[in-house]
Design a protein around this ligand. Sequence first.
Ligand code: 2RA
Length: 329
Amino acid sequence: MRIAVVGATGMVGEVMLKVLAERNFPVTELIPVASERSVGKEIEYKGKKYTVVGLQTAVDMKADIALFSAGGETSLEWAPKFAAAGTTVIDNSSAWRMDPTKKLIVPEINASELTKEDKIIANPNCSTIQMVLVLAPLHKKYNIKRVIVSTYQSITGTGVKAVQQLENEYAGVQGEMAYKYPIHRNAIPQCDSFEDNGYTKEEMKLVRETKKILSDNTIAVTATAVRVPIVGGHSEAVNVEFSNDFEVAEIQNILHHTDGVVVQDNNDTFTYPMPMYAQGKDDVFVGRIRRDESQPNTLNMWIVADNLRKGAATNTIQIAEYLIAAKLV
Ligand code: 2RA
């Protein structure tokens, strides 16, 4: 497979290259793509050096699949050009996610929706992916009425500039700010910009994308997204109201048998998910599974995942793997 990685020099792009190699993805030719300022740089993949090319050059090279992590503007302008050249695009930005003509895919949930006609496929937001992977089997079994989610998001979700800000603040050095406020010893209740309804774009991604991926607009979702000074992954406190009652043990068993989900849930041994231990792994970890005693048919959970892996690079590559296995590319 001729694979283009658009945004190859960025944080997610670098993880994409790592995951492609780890999973021994069938790459016959790698095309690292970045903005003009990075053209000519060399990157290494599986011990071989590759020269970064620009977007138009990459379009002309007619990759089979292009894995995009280059921001919404670049994707809006260039994904159609890659698609017109016959390349299937899997995009990590929010540009196409809510487009009714584009599929929003978590392979374990809805990859079967994909067809040969899908030339631009949207990868959901990281905080959405980890939540819906856990919710999907529970929705099927108990029918979800409402979800309340509070997130505790890694600064890697913002990018290199945020990691540098935290390191500067650790060192007591004044540097460029990724956030409006210090992140060291702080929690910032704002991920991305605000929408007119008082919620942030990140919170509304959780609301809108959850309904689309689970194909159910009746599910009520509300979210509060918070940035915290950690790097291993995103954590989420999720409260779910079902139409039907449940047994906690049955929920644990369902999740234990769900592809891509690992249950870490034992208070006697202080076993529960934490970003420090989720970092670098592709699974979504769930624990603190317990009945919400304040309301019937309602459950509390704690969900953690590496936002750069299952939240971005790995999910994207799993979509590409599905396309190949299903002979859609
Ligand atoms: C964040 N999910 O964490 C967003 C984008 N990666 O900032």
